[in-house]
Design a protein around this ligand. Structure first.
Ligand code: NAD
Length: 399
């Protein structure tokens, strides 16, 4: 993962004729905090915070609780965060944190103890002007609420601007839940506009109908009724209805813990079949490496929106690009979450609470400018949109 992220940076750096030293400077990680957290039960857990680059502003990036967390993964994710914040034009840097733990093995008290101890270890290195963490895999608003409370206790800072993704009653922002999916819809609509397809009817499929995928579908249904959701998949099965699925109904099913395997109101297909459907747009919102050399030749969509992080591996990316498939890159299309995190940080620092309309209109501005920006770089330098996004980021980081 780290290799892939670094290769993307090297490729873009070469396009910009940067020297090897300049490229190494961008790859360089500023600081790594590696520590052990001892719970009162006696369990010891390995914890990390990697701060990649803060040239544009405080480090920003999630904290992941997962057994597979290791230093290389955290380094890769921190590096990609710097690229994402820079590509979207936020005054923030990139960082990432993690603890190698399966949180399902912890009681609620242990989870709180872990969250608070993580902050006690890190607190000299984080804060509203230094490094502002957020939720990631297996961390959520409750965990951010514990962390911000612990940070206030040890530092005296009461702005709550030291963490984002908090609950709305505790300084979190309205609109954060839907932000990543909404950002993807905005990004796709800008791309379609640029291609002269804005008002055209289109059929699309979503692989991964979770938090991001379901908000993508419901926001799309309310803003672009000419986009028809024909298939959706979760980890159990995919469902297909060429006449169109009801995004709101499916979103309610998933919110209630339902599975597509049990959904009998549409035809059941496999996720592999979903990936090979002759749709106009394929939205990848499940996990990394959904499309690799094993299934890349099956793809028939003309446009792919990367909502998950790294859903198309390098080989498949190059193959699909060479076939003329347009890929909206993850660091742009899934950046809605970090944009609204940034807006939460701004609100906390100013002591303001914005209504959802204001949050969404700011989100739209950032995403629209980001897509217009990479389309222009892509045209200017004759590169695909992924390379254009990295070029855009590196220009800002190297400026
Ligand atoms: P989630 O767990 O809510 O949803 C993931 C969905 O994918 C679930 O419906 C799951 O059933 C499905 N899934 C899992 N494995 C699958 C498989 N093999 N085939 C088909 N479907 C499968 O997670 P999420 O928060 O929606 O995140 C999805 C992706 O987006 C992740 O890669 C995440 O890193 C990325 N992302 C999320 C955010 C955010 O704000 N949540 C921001 C940026 C990027």
């Amino acid at each position: 993962m780290l290799d892939t992220a670094q290769n993307l940076i090297r490729r873009a750096g070469k396009q910009l004729n940067l020297s090897d030293e300049d490229i190494e400077q961008i790859l360089k990680i500023n600081a790594e905090h590696i520590f052990e957290i001892k719970l009162s039960s006696g369990t010891s857990l390995q914890a990390y915070r990697v701060q990649h680059n803060n040239k544009l502003g405080p480090y920003k990036g999630g904290i992941r609780f997962h057994p597979a967390v290791d230093l290389d993964e955290v380094r890769a994710l921190a590096t990609l965060m710097s690229m994402k914040t820079a590509a979207v034009g936020l005054p923030l840097g990139g960082g990432k944190g993690g603890v190698a733990v399966d949180p399902r093995t912890l009681s609620r008290q242990e989870l709180e103890e872990l969250s608070r101890k993580y902050v006690q270890h890190l607190y000299p290195h984080i804060g509203p002007d230094k490094d502002v963490p957020a939720p990631d895999v297996n961390t959520n608003a409750t965990i951010m609420d514990w962390m911000v409370d612990e940070y206030a206790k040890v530092s005296g800072d009461t702005t709550k601007a030291s963490f984002t993704g908090k609950s709305v009653t505790n300084g979190g922002s309205l609109g954060r839940d839907a932000a990543t999916g909404r950002g993807g819809v905005i990004a796709l609509s800008e791309l379609l506009k640029a291609k002269g397809l804005a008002s055209k009817e289109l059929a699309y499929a979503i692989l991964g109908f979770g938090n991001v995928g379901s908000f993508f579908a419901t926001v799309a249904a309310s803003t672009f009724p000419q986009w028809r959701l024909v298939a959706a998949g979760d980890s159990t099965a995919a469902i297909l209805d060429n006449a169109g699925l009801d995004a709101m109904q499916l979103s309610k099913l998933k919110a209630g813990g339902g599975r597509f395997l049990d959904w009998m109101q549409a035809k059941q297909i496999t996720n592999d079949a979903l990936i090979g459907l002759p749709v106009d747009v394929l939205v990848l919102a499940a996990l990394e490496n959904a499309i690799t050399k094993d299934n890349m030749a099956n793809v028939k969509a003309k446009i792919i929106v990367e909502m998950a992080n790294g859903p198309i591996d390098e080989t498949a990316h190059d193959y699909l690009s060479s076939k003329g498939v347009i890929i909206l890159p993850d660091i742009i299309s899934n950046s809605g979450g970090v944009v609204v995190s940034y807006l939460e940080w701004v609100q906390n620092r100013r002591g303001e609470n914005w209504d959802e309309r204001k949050v969404n209109s700011n989100l739209k501005r950032y995403l629209t400018e980001a897509v217009v920006g990479i389309l222009s770089v892509s045209k200017e330098m004759q590169v695909d949109l992924t390379e254009a996004a990295f070029i855009q980021a590196i220009r800002r980081l190297n400026g």
